[in-house]
Structures are given as C-alpha cells and as structure tokens.
Ligand binder design. Structure first.
Ligand code: ATP
Length: 607
C-alpha cells in the first residue's frame, strides 16, 4: 500500500517543534504505525536526512542553492530574484517556497478553480513516500553531461506536485538542512516499540544495527520479517560493522586490574583504522567513521587479496605510513597526505603503508563477534598470510604492570601512540558499536617536544631492507657522558638520509667498524656491526621520549628507562666535531625537562 508523503511532512513539522525526547519518541511511534512495512527503510533514511548510508559511496543529491531556486521558480512560476529575496527575508528557501505555494493556492481557490486543483489549500496530494524517494534517488544518480538539466526537471516536477508543506520539506532535504534532531537511538526505540511490541526488544535492534550499519535495512527486516529474524542477523561482507571502542586509563596496574589481571597488550598504531572486507576477489575498506575508503588504498586492497586465506572475511587493522627502506613507522600526519593528494599512484610510491591487524569479526559464514578475544585472535592468525607490510599487531600477553609499562615505552619510541590493552577472559567478546572496559587505551600524558637538533655519535650500524638490502640503512646513535667517559645509546636513525648519503655510508664507516662492542660504548641494543665512537651527526626528532631500551640517562627520569628520540631524522654529518663534543647525557636530560608539556585533552583524544 502506498504511503502518502503528507504523513511524513506532518511528522517533520511536529518533530521540528518538539523539545522533549519522550515526545519525539511518541511522534516516531505514531509515524511507524502508519508506515507500511515495505517502505519503512525509506522513512528511516528520510529521518536520518539522507538517501542511503554514507558508506555505500553512492552520489549525494548534488543540488546546490542555485539549482533549487531555479527548480522552484519553474515549479511556482515566479522569478528567481523574487524567490531569493523572500528566502533571505524568511531565512530559509524551504519557507519561501511554502509561502509562495500557499498564496498561489489561495488565489486559485478564490477564482473558483478548486475542482481542478491537485493540492487545494495544500494538504492532500498524490505524492507518496516512494515517489519522492525514487525521484530524489534519480536526481542523485544523474551524473555527467546533461545531468544538471535532468536534476532540474525532476526537482521542478516534484515541487510542482507537492503541497506547500511537502515542498518545504523536500527543499530542506535537498539542501541538507532537514535538521530534525532525531538520533539513531530514538529511531531504534520507536522501531522496537512498534514492530517488536516492546521497548525491551530494543537491544536486539541495536545489536543488529551494530553488526550492519544500515538502519533502514534493519528496520525493513524487522518490519517485514519480525524480531526473530533480526535476532539471527550476522555481519555481512560489504556492509560495515560499527567498531568496538576503548576506554582510557593511564596506570598499568589499574589497567590490568580492570581487565581481570591478564591482558593482550598491543602497540596502538598511529594511523587510520581499517575494517577490511573480503569476498572472493572483491575487497572493501571502511574507515573508523564507516566511510568507504577503498579507493584511497589500492595497495592495501592488493595486500588483503593475497593476505587473507578465507573466501569471505572481515578483519580489522590499522593502516600506518612506513619508511619503505627501514620498515619504521611514520607519524600519522604523513598518512593524511594520502587524503589530500589526488593522484593516488604518485601517493602509493611516496607514502607507502603497512597494515597491522588486530581483530577479526567474521569468517566464512561465522559471526565471530560473540567469541572471546583469544579465540578470535587464533582465527586471525590462521587466516592471515603475513608479509613485511601485512602482519599482526605487535603484542605481548602479560599480567605484570612493569612489563606492560616497559612495552608501552618501547611502543612509543618505535612510533606508536601507546598501547591497547585487551581483556582475554571468557566475556571478552567483540562489542560492536560500543565503548567499554574490554579494551583500554594507554597513551602518554606528557610529551617532550624536540625543538632543537642534537649532535650524536655513531656507535653501530644496521643493514637496510628492501632496495637497501646488503647496504647500511640505519645507525645506532649515542650521547656522550663525560662523568663516566662513555657513549650511551639514544636512538636508531634510519630516516632523513638521501640515496647518496646511504651509498657513501659503507665507506664512511669502514675505518671504524669493530667486531665487538667498543670499550667506551654503553648499549643494550646490539647493532649488526659495532662502530668505534668517532663520527658525529646532527639529528632532529619529533619528541624526546622515555625508552626501556636505550641507556642514555637510564633511571634519571624513571626507573628502568632512559631517554630516546621519537621519529629521529639524520640532518647532516658534523665533521667539525669530535665524539667528546657531542651532546651530553646531561644536556639531553635538561632538554627533556624543559620541553615537557602536558598533552591537552583534545589532542590526547587523537584526531
Ligand atoms: P575514540 O576512541 O575516542 O573515538 P579514536 O578513534 O581517535 O578515539 P582511540 O580511542 O584513541 O581512537 O583509540 C582507538 C583506536 O586506536 C582504534 O579506533 C584504532 O584505530 C586504533 N588502534 C591502533 N592500534 C590498535 C590496536 N592494536 N587495537 C585496537 N585499536 C588500535
């Protein structure tokens, strides 16, 4: 049975005026009671102010203010400037259209043409929800040459046929200004009350929506097939699952207590969350906000095709920019260049990425969200074929706060944002769409910005990877400690070198290479070759950080940790300096203290 669009327009009008959520709920319940089951999806999309979920990647309406005014002027037989002026006066094109239409209708009635009018006084018209929706969908889908004319014609037709009130809401919808203030939560409450017979069924509706982020589709299953069918909804490849989110704490002991004493602690990579779906050869990538971002990552699409050994799967991971030569992580800002640049093929070589996988939601027909984390992880390990750029997130299982802290410091030094600690007990399911205490993020409170360069001494070298295989690709650097007359390790630097620098590295280091650790060198980290302290280089980084690995200033700021540099970069050689002229441990300590700043709550939330 067709549903008159006027029912929707009347509800919009009531919703606009409402101030209490309970009243809003009542209006929605009333609306759904009048909605035939097979159009409920369209009604839900209208309430959400969109034609379809964003992740579908379908075109938006593509009607600007100009086109809307033009369409209205054709439909209403008034000039564009006249409409523009009225819209300015009333503050809204929708209201201007409504007013002109209502006045015209009155005049026509007055001259006795009532019998021929489709919309006398503007109430009941022949417009149905289906017709409005389908016409708007056609408007959106009109693309390319001649599309402006098509959009104009369709919209003018719709506005001509509509009553004044209907026209107002169609105009607002088209403009993206249908601000009803109805949240998904209220829509779900109303759906449960009407179609499931009780508000207590709400959690089933919500669970289904969390597993398939398409509220229109969920409403339709519920209205046409019933709540029992909804109970059996599973994730479906190609439809994003709403992500599980973490709470935040900053004390390792408390984190472990909250998680039941033992946890999987993983690097919290600083990149973009990716929910990767695979069905045969087809791959989709959805972002944290459920946008379809597949087109931005053709390289990840390839990795997923080769790296998932299941015919159907949904896995989650973090996409991170990396240095292709060393495999080191690069800051989040580097990755964001991908969003800004348009030529994706240039970006692919300029900003290579790696994916670190941390969960799986669905594999070959099985809904894994109900399984505890260790079981999900086991499946993830089985279906992943790892490579340099496609691997599991680095993690440890621990019940020791000290070990957690050490891993946290190591993670930061290696370019991560901190760690994610995850419960492993029987109830550690994948809580789609909710933030809870099963995952706890542990990020820094403070950071010590690095505003100045330092001069450090080479004490070791590492062989490169990839293109650089067989040649040196990174150096182990140290500060000088005059009190003990030793060189204490600070960081491993593999970025900032030009190809020429790297080509020369072998020759530069050759005279100083030793087969065992030189006597004055103090380092826990063992490089591929040791180097006698002689060569000084200028280094900059993003921050000074605490490190459990490096020996410079060990124990000075915190027990069990030295001072290191995050994202270090080589600037140039300092042949004018001898090793004892390098930056000293004390100087680094002073810099650390001087530049220590509390991370503001906003930036601590990430992006
Ligand atoms: P919020 O959770 O407040 O919405 P956010 O989306 O910026 O903020 P955070 O809560 O700070 O993210 O951290 C959770 C995010 O960390 C995940 O969404 C994911 O993108 C990222 N992440 C990185 N590494 C992991 C990991 N090993 N496990 C889970 N999430 C990870």
């Amino acid at each position: 049975m067709p549903m008159p669009f006027s029912i929707l327009a009347d509800t919009f009008e009531k919703l606009e005026r409402v101030t209490a959520r309970t009243q809003m709920l009542l209006y929605l319940v009333e609306l759904f009671k009048k909605t035939p089951p097979d159009v409920v999806d369209k009604v839900v999309y209208f309430l959400q102010g969109k034609l379809w979920p964003d992740w579908k990647g379908l075109p938006e309406l593509g009607v600007g203010e100009k086109l809307l005014i033009k369409a209205a002027s054709i439909a209403l037989h008034v000039s564009e400037p006249q409409l523009e002026q009225l819209a300015k006066k009333l503050g809204d094109i929708g209201r201007a259209i409504e007013k002109v239409k209502a006045e015209k209708a009155k005049k026509t009635q007055a001259v006795g043409l009532l019998a021929f009018m489709k919309a006398p006084g503007g109430q009941q018209t022949g417009l149905t929800v289906e017709k409005v929706y389908d016409t708007l969908a056609k408007i959106a889908m009109a693309q390319g040459e001649g599309s402006r004319e098509i959009k104009l014609k369709l919209l003018a037709g719709l506005l001509a046929e509509a009553s004044p009130k209907e026209a107002k809401y169609i105009a607002r919808f088209v403009e993206g200004k249908l601000r009803l203030g109805v949240g998904d939560a209220t829509i779900m409450d109303a759906l449960a009350a009407v179609y499931a017979g009780s508000a207590s069924m709400r959690s089933i509706v919500e669970r289904a929506y969390n597993l398939r982020a398409d509220l229109g589709m969920i409403a339709k299953i519920l209205a046409t097939k019933g709540i029992e069918e909804l109970k059996h909804v599973k994730p479906e490849v190609g439809i994003p699952v709403r992500p599980m989110l973490a709470e935040r704490l900053n004390d390792p002991a408390e984190i472990l207590r909250k998680l039941g004493g033992r946890a999987l602690v993983e690097y919290k990579y600083d990149g973009e969350r990716a929910q990767i779906h695979k069905k045969g050869e087809k791959i989709w990538i959805f972002s944290r906000r459920l946008e379809n971002i597949t087109y931005m990552y053709p390289d990840v699409v390839e990795m997923a095709r080769k790296g998932i050994k299941a015919s159907e799967a949904i896995v989650e991971g973090e996409i991170v920019a990396i240095d292709p030569e060393t495999g080191e992580l690069r800051p989040f800002q580097v990755l964001m260049h991908r969003r800004r640049k348009h030529d994706i093929h240039v970006v692919l070589s300029e900003i290579p990425v790696a994916v670190f996988l941390f969960d799986t939601i669905y594999v070959d027909g099985e809904d894994l969200t109900v399984k505890p984390l260790p079981a999900r992880h086991e499946i993830l390990e089985k279906i992943i074929e790892p490579s340099d750029t496609w691997q599991l997130a680095k993690g440890i299982v621990t019940s020791s706060p000290e070990e957690l802290e050490k891993f946290f410091l190591e993670a930061i030094e290696n370019g991560a944002e901190g760690v994610m600690a995850k419960a492993m007990h029987e109830r550690s399911i994948y809580q789609a769409g909710s933030r809870g205490w099963l995952w706890i993020k542990y990020k820094r409170d403070y950071k010590s910005e690095m505003s100045d360069t330092v001069d450090l001494v080479v004490i070791g070298a590492f062989y490169g990877k990839g293109r650089r295989g067989g040649k040196f690709g990174a150096l182990l650097m140290a500060a000088y400690d005059p009190d003990t007359d030793t060189f204490k390790s600070v960081c491993k630097v593999g970025s900032g070198f030009t190809d020429e620098d790297l080509d020369k590295l072998g020759d530069i280091l050759k005279p100083y290479i030793r087969d065992r650790k030189p006597a004055r060198v103090d380092s826990q980290l063992k490089p591929d070759v040791w180097v006698e302290p002689a060569l000084v280089a200028e280094i900059i980084g993003a921050e000074l950080t605490l490190s459990p690995i490096h020996t410079c200033c060990y124990g000075w700021v915190r027990k069990g940790a030295g001072i290191s540099i995050r994202f270090p970069r080589f600037i140039r050689w300092r042949p004018d300096k001898g090793p004892e002229d390098a930056t000293t441990a004390k100087e680094l300590y002073e810099m650390y203290k001087r530049q220590l700043r509390k991370i503001e709550a906003s930036s601590a939330q990430g992006y």
